[in-house]
Design a protein around this ligand. Structure first.
Ligand code: SF4
Ligand code: FES
Length: 241
């Protein structure tokens, strides 16, 4: 069938403002949206800018707004966004990050927030045996969060960031949880300095938009709430002493 891709275009070198341009492409219902974009890039307009690499939902580079919802072009089938000949699919860059060109955004702020939670295992204690042992149950407390591909779909989907650009955002908090819930980690205190701030974990209002947008099915909102509870528990314990 033939569908229309209505794509936001913006080249800061020549355009005063973003505008939309339509492209007609012939695609099958089981093809992926990324295939349609590649068709435009290869055969209609080589100047179209978008990121992609693995084409299999692993690298996280082709996240964008697809008909107003955030997701990966390579994980979206045409039949999920267009049902019949002539249907239009609107594509925009992710929100809350400056557009570099067309569907490409500058992710510097997103990664700065991610790095601020120290997303790595912190533990200076010596290891008794060869490795730090962890039970399956302990691992399952945070297992889903290890699947993050840093696509920033959740960040763009978050309604809180619309009014508060300083909010740490869902991906960074989920990654903070990934380590503070890890029985082998000792970095809770260090991460607390970032999480327990007015723009840290607290602005989350449980909209669940991040969870709905995540292509890796990470329980982001739940993990954010668990992080809040761990902080409260920590403060309570401190107050008791
Ligand atoms: S939590 Fe999900 S939506 Fe957010 S960056 Fe990671 S993979 Fe993407
Ligand atoms: S191209 Fe790698 S996740 Fe889509």
């Amino acid at each position: 069938m033939n569908i229309i891709l209505n794509i936001q275009r913006y080249n800061p070198d020549v355009d005063d403002a973003p505008h939309f341009k339509e492209y007609e492409v012939e695609v099958g219902p089981n093809q992926r949206l990324l295939d349609a974009l590649m068709q435009v890039k290869r055969f209609q307009d080589g100047s179209l800018g978008f990121r992609k690499s693995c084409a299999h939902g692993v690298c996280g580079s082709d996240a964008m707004r697809i008909n107003g919802k955030d997701g990966l072009a390579c994980k979206t089938l045409i039949k999920e966004v267009a049902q019949k000949d002539g249907d239009t699919v609107t594509l925009e860059p992710l929100r809350y990050m400056p557009v570099q060109r067309d569907l490409i955004v500058n992710q510097a702020e997103f990664f700065k927030k991610y790095r601020s939670v120290k997303p790595f295992l912190i533990n200076d204690e010596s290891v008794a045996e060869k490795e730090r042992i962890q039970s399956q149950d302990e691992r399952m407390q945070f297992d889903d969060t290890t699947n993050c591909i840093l696509c920033a779909s959740c960040y763009s989907a978050c309604p809180v960031l619309q009014d508060n650009s300083d909010f740490l955002g869902p991906a960074a908090i989920a990654q903070a949880y990934r380590f503070i819930a890890d029985t082998r980690d000792r970095g809770f205190g260090e991460r607390l300095a970032v999480l327990d701030q007015v723009d840290g974990v607290w602005p989350c209002q449980n909209h669940f938009k991040c969870t709905q947008s995540c292509p890796r099915s990470i329980l982001i909102t739940k993990r954010i709430n668990q992080t809040k509870r761990l902080i409260e528990k920590h403060k309570q314990k401190k107050g008791d002493n």
